[in-house]
Design a protein around this ligand. Structure first.
Ligand SMILES: C[S@@+](CC[C@H](N)C(=O)[O-])C[C@H]1O[C@@H](n2cnc3c(N)ncnc32)[C@H](O)[C@@H]1O
Length: 227
C-alpha cells in the first residue's frame, strides 16, 4: 500500500457520508481501510477501529502501523458497540455486514445519548429489514445512496436517532430514500430490488397468496415508474 490507501467504491461512499470531522467508531473494521482513509484525508480527528475477531484486529493493527497512524486510529476488540462508550464517538459506521446483524448491534447498544450521533450503515444484504428496524426504533433516515461495486449494487444509509418511530411506505421499505434524481447506480439498485420482488411474487403465486401477490405487484408498478 502507498500513502494513499486505495479503498473500494463502496467504502468511499461510506467515507463521503462522514461529515463530522470528529471521532468515529468503525464497527466491524476488518482491515481498517475506512478509518485509515478518513485519517489520511483529514476527515476525522480520531477513530476507533473495532472488530469482534482477533484476525481482523491484527490486520487492522498492521495497516494502521504501516501508515504511522497509531495516534489517530485506535484498534480495539469489541462486539458491536459494547466496548465503546458514547463519549468516544460522534459518528458510528457499520459497513460490510448483513442488515440483521447491524440491527442487532444497534439493539445491543446501551448508549443513552444517541441523539447527537451520526450513523452510517452499509448493509450487504437484508437492507429492507434494516430500514424497517430503523423506522420502528426511531432512527430517522436522512440520506441514502446506491453504489455499484465489484459487480454488485449496495446501499449506504445515513441516519440520526430521534427516538420517534415512524411508518415506512412499502416502496420505502424496498428502495429507502434514494435521491429524486436517480443516477445509474440508483437505477441498478432499483432493478435489483425489482428482481427480488419478482421472486417474491412467484413464491406468493405458488402458495396461492393472492393478497401478497397484489401487494408486491403494487410496489413493482411504483418502482417501474421510477426507471
Ligand atoms: C466483511 S467485513 C467488513 C469490513 C469493512 N467494514 C468493510 O465494509 O469493508 C465484516 C467484519 O465485521 C466483523 N464483525 C462481525 N460481527 C461483528 C460484531 N458483532 N462486532 C464487531 N465486528 C463484527 C467481522 O469480524 C468482519 O471483520
Amino acid at each position: 500500500m502507498n500513502k494513499n490507501v486505495k479503498i473500494s467504491k463502496r467504502l468511499l461512499k461510506c467515507a463521503k457520508m462522514v461529515t463530522s470531522k470528529g471521532n468515529i467508531a468503525d464497527v466491524g473494521t476488518d482491515h481498517a481501510y475506512l478509518p485509515i482513509y478518513l485519517a489520511l484525508t483529514n476527515k476525522i480527528s480520531h477513530a476507533i477501529a473495532c472488530d469482534i475477531h482477533k484476525e481482523p484486529l491484527n490486520n487492522a493493527k498492521s495497516n494502521v502501523k504501516l501508515f504511522n497512524l497509531e495516534n489517530a486510529v485506535e484498534v480495539r476488540q469489541s462486539d458491536g458497540l459494547k466496548n465503546i462508550s458514547s463519549s468516544e464517538a460522534d459518528t458510528v459506521v457499520i459497513a460490510g455486514m448483513g442488515g440483521n446483524l447491524i440491527a442487532k448491534i444497534l439493539k445491543d447498544c446501551k448508549w443513552e445519548n444517541k441523539k447527537d450521533k451520526e450513523f452510517i450503515f452499509q448493509p450487504m444484504k437484508y437492507e429492507n429489514n434494516l430500514r424497517v428496524y430503523l423506522s420502528k426504533m426511531g432512527y430517522e433516515i436522512k440520506k441514502e445512496i446506491a453504489v455499484k461495486c465489484s459487480g454488485k449494487v449496495y446501499t449506504v444509509i445515513k441516519a440520526n436517532y430521534t427516538a420517534q418511530p415512524y411508518e415506512l411506505t412499502p416502496t420505502q421499505v424496498y428502495i429507502g430514500f434514494l435521491p429524486d434524481h436517480l443516477n445509474d447506480d440508483a437505477k441498478c439498485y432499483i432493478r435489483k430490488q425489482l428482481n427480488d420482488l419478482y421472486n417474491r411474487i412467484k413464491g406468493a403465486i405458488a402458495k396461492g397468496l393472492k393478497d401478497q401477490e397484489a401487494y408486491y405487484l403494487k410496489i413493482i408498478k411504483k418502482l417501474k415508474k421510477l426507471l
